[in-house]
Design a protein around this ligand. Sequence first.
Ligand SMILES: Cc1cc2nc3c(=O)[nH]c(=O)nc-3n(C[C@H](O)[C@H](O)[C@H](O)COP(=O)(O)O)c2cc1C
Ligand SMILES: C=C(O[C@@H]1CC(C(=O)O)=C[C@@H](OP(=O)(O)O)[C@H]1O)C(=O)O
Length: 398
Amino acid sequence: MLRWLTAGESHGPELIAVLEGLPAGVPVSLDEIREDLARRKLGYGRGSRMKFEQDELHLSGGVVQGVSIGGPVAIRVGNTEWPKWTEVMNPEPTELSEKSRGRGAPLTRPRPGHADLTGMQKYGFAEARPVLERASARETAARVALGAVARAFLRELGITLVSHTVALGDVAVPAGARLPRPEDVAALDADPLRCFDAGTSAQMVVEVDDTKKSGDTVGGIVEVLAYGLPPGLGSYVHWDRRLDSRLAGALMGIQAIKGVEVGDGFETTRRRGSVAHDELHVVDGEITRDTGRAGGIEGGMTTGQILRVRAGMKPIATVPHALPTIDTATGEETKAHHQRSDVSAVPAAGVVAEAMVALVLADAVTEKFGGDSVAETRRNLQGYLAAIPDQLTTAIES
Ligand SMILES: Cc1cc2nc3c(=O)[nH]c(=O)nc-3n(C[C@H](O)[C@H](O)[C@H](O)COP(=O)(O)O)c2cc1C
Ligand SMILES: C=C(O[C@@H]1CC(C(=O)O)=C[C@@H](OP(=O)(O)O)[C@H]1O)C(=O)O
C-alpha cells in the first residue's frame, strides 16, 4: 500500500509532501522531479506568478545516493514568494508593518466558484485569506513532486505515462487522432498547450488570447495514458477496490476538475452495445482487442491495454472581469476580489493529472505485487504473468 499526504499554503514558506510505502531500490533523481515541477508551470495562459516563482526542491528523507531505501520519501518545495508574506502568513502572531498592510487586508469579497465563501462559513473565518491559501492549486506542486517518484517506480516495471491537452473551451482535438506515446513527451512539452495536434494547438492559442482580451477565463479537458500495464490491477470484488473508482477520485481531487471519463466515457452511453465494447479475437495464438473504447479497464481492473482517462477542468474562478458577489463585511453587493490569475491552467492540470494517475497506479501495483524492494516487486509481477495460462494470455500494450 502507498500513502501520501501534502501540507502547506500558497504563500507559506514551503509545501511538504510525504510518500509512504515505496519499495527500496527505486532510482529517484532530483533533476527529474525538478523537470516535472517545471512541466507543471508550462502552458500558454498561466498567470504572472508562474514566471517569477521558482520551485525550490529539497529531498528530506527516504532517498540515499539517488535510490529509495524503503522509508517514507519526504519532499519540500519552497515558495519563493514567501519573503513578501513573512508577516501576513507568519505561524506566530505578528503585527503587520506598513509594507504588509495591503497584502494582509481582509478579503471579504468571496469569488463565486472558488472555496472562499463556504470555507469561511465552514471553518469560522471572517475573511477568505486562510481559505484560499490552502484551497489554492499551488498545492499541486507537492503532488507533482510525489507523482515523479511514483512514475520512477512504475518505469522500473515497464509502465510509462503520458498526459496531453485534448480540449480548451470549444476547441478540441479531432476524434480518432493518434494518441501520443512515451517518446512524444518532449514534443508535447514543447507545445504551448501540451496538445499533440499542431493545428488544434494553434487554435487553442487563439482561444486563450481571445479569452484574455475579454477579461475572462477558459477551461478544458486533459487526458492521461499509461502504457505497459499488466492485466489485473484493481478489482471488481468491492467498489473501493475498483481502479476506475480510485482513478476518478484522485482526478476529481484536483482543484477545478469537474468531470472524469474512463476510455470513451460519456460517448459510450450514446452507442449501442454492439459498437460500445472491445471485442476479443485471437491473433497469433494471443487474445487481442482491436479497439480501446473501455480505456483499458474492465470490471475495475486493467486489461493490459493502454489506460486512457480524461479530466475536465472548469474555467478559473478568479475571472478578471470580476463576478458579482457580496461584501461579507457590509452585506452589500459588489464585485469579487481579483489581483491576478491564470486565464487557463489546463496544460498544468494535465501534468497534475498524470501525477495523480501515477500515484494511484503505483499504489495498485504495490497492492497486487507487494515487494519491499523493486526487484522483489518485479519478480512477483513476472511470476504472475508467467502463471497466466496460454489460452488466457493477452498482449500488454506498451
Ligand atoms: C494548475 C491549476 C491552477 C489554478 N490556478 C487558478 C488561478 O490562478 N485562479 C483561480 O481562481 N483558480 C485556479 N485554479 C482552480 C482553483 O484552485 C479551484 O477552482 C478552487 O480551489 C476551488 O475548487 P473547485 O474548483 O474544485 O471547486 C487552478 C487549478 C489548477 C489545477
Ligand atoms: C501558485 C500557483 O497557482 C496558483 C493557483 C491559484 C488558485 O487559486 O488555485 C491562484 C493563483 O495564485 P495567486 O493568486 O497567488 O497568483 C495561481 O498562481 C501554482 O500553481 O504554483
